[in-house]
Design a protein around this ligand. Structure first.
Ligand code: DC
Length: 223
C-alpha cells in the first residue's frame, strides 16, 4: 500500500509549494489537484463554453480527463504557466462547485493516490477536499492556513514576478471571493478534516514550513 499525504488549504496558503517540497524530500509523487480544475476551466474557455452552464463545465472536465489519460506526460497539460492566472482560478472555482465536474475529476485523483507512478513509494496530493473526500483514509492530513492579507501579498508577488500587471487590492478581492465560494459550496467544500493537523504559515519561511510538516509526517508514519 502506498503512503498518502493529504494537504488542503485556501488559495495561496503555501500548500502547493509545501506539497511539492514534501514529495521531493520523501521521494513521493505529487499531484496538484487544483491544476485539474484549472485545466478544465482552460478547456472550457478554449471551446467558447460558459462556466455558468453545468453541462458545458462537465464537457470541459471530460475533455481534460480524456487528454490526461491519452498523454504520456500529463505534467505538460497540468503544468502550463497560463493555468496560474487569476481569471482561470476564478473559473476553476466556479466549475468546481458542480458535483458532476468533481465526480469526473475524482477518479483521476483517487487512482493517483492508490497507485502513484513508478518508482514513487507514496503520493502527496494538495487541494481543498483531499483529506475529507478524495483520501479520507490518508496516512497524514495537513490543513495549511495563513492570514488572508499575507496570502494576498504572496500571490501578488508571485504574479508580478511573472510579469503580470496586478495590484495587491485586486488580488486580495479575488482571493476572498474564491475562498468564500470554495468554502460555501455544498459539493465537497473546503474544510479541515477533523483529524488534520493545522499548519499556520503566516509567519513561516518555506524552509520552516517544510521542516514543521516533515515533523508532523514522521510522527505519524515511519519513512
Ligand atoms: O489550488 P488552486 O488555487 O489551484 O485551485 C483552483 C480552484 O480549484 C479552487 O478555487 C477550487 C478548486 N479546487 C477544488 O475545488 N478542489 C480541489 N481539490 C482543488 C481545487
Amino acid at each position: 500500500m502506498s503512503i498518502v499525504i493529504a494537504i488542503d488549504g485556501p488559495a495561496a496558503s503555501g500548500k502547493g509549494t509545501l506539497a511539492r517540497a514534501i514529495a521531493q524530500e520523501l521521494g513521493f509523487a505529487h499531484m496538484d489537484t487544483g491544476a485539474l480544475y484549472r485545466a478544465s476551466a482552460y478547456e472550457l474557455i478554449k471551446a467558447g463554453m460558459s462556466a455558468r452552464d453545468k453541462t458545458d463545465a462537465l464537457k470541459a472536465a471530460q475533455i481534460l480527463v480524456k487528454k490526461i489519460k491519452a498523454a504520456d506526460m500529463p505534467d505538460d497539460i497540468l503544468g502550463k504557466p497560463s493555468l496560474r492566472e487569476d481569471r482561470i482560478g476564478q473559473k476553476a472555482s466556479i466549475i468546481a462547485a458542480y458535483p458532476k465536474v468533481r465526480e469526473a475529476l475524482n477518479i483521476l485523483q483517487q487512482d493517483f493516490a492508490a497507485s502513484p507512478p513508478r518508482p514513487y513509494k507514496g503520493a502527496v496530493l494538495d487541494g481543498r477536499d483531499i483529506g475529507t473526500v478524495i483520501c479520507p483514509d490518508a496516512d497524514v492530513k495537513i490543513f495549511v492556513t495563513a492570514d488572508d492579507e499575507v496570502r494576498a501579498q504572496r500571490r501578488t508577488k508571485e504574479l508580478q514576478s511573472r510579469g503580470l500587471d496586478v495590484t495587491y487590492e485586486a488580488v486580495l478581492k479575488d482571493m476572498r471571493e474564491r475562498d468564500a465560494r470554495d468554502t460555501a459550496r455544498t459539493a465537497a467544500p473546503m474544510k479541515q478534516a477533523p483529524d488534520a493537523y493545522v499548519l499556520d504559515t503566516s509567519a513561516l519561511t518555506q524552509a520552516e514550513m517544510l521542516s514543521q510538516a516533515l515533523e508532523i509526517i514522521r510522527e505519524k508514519v515511519q519513512i
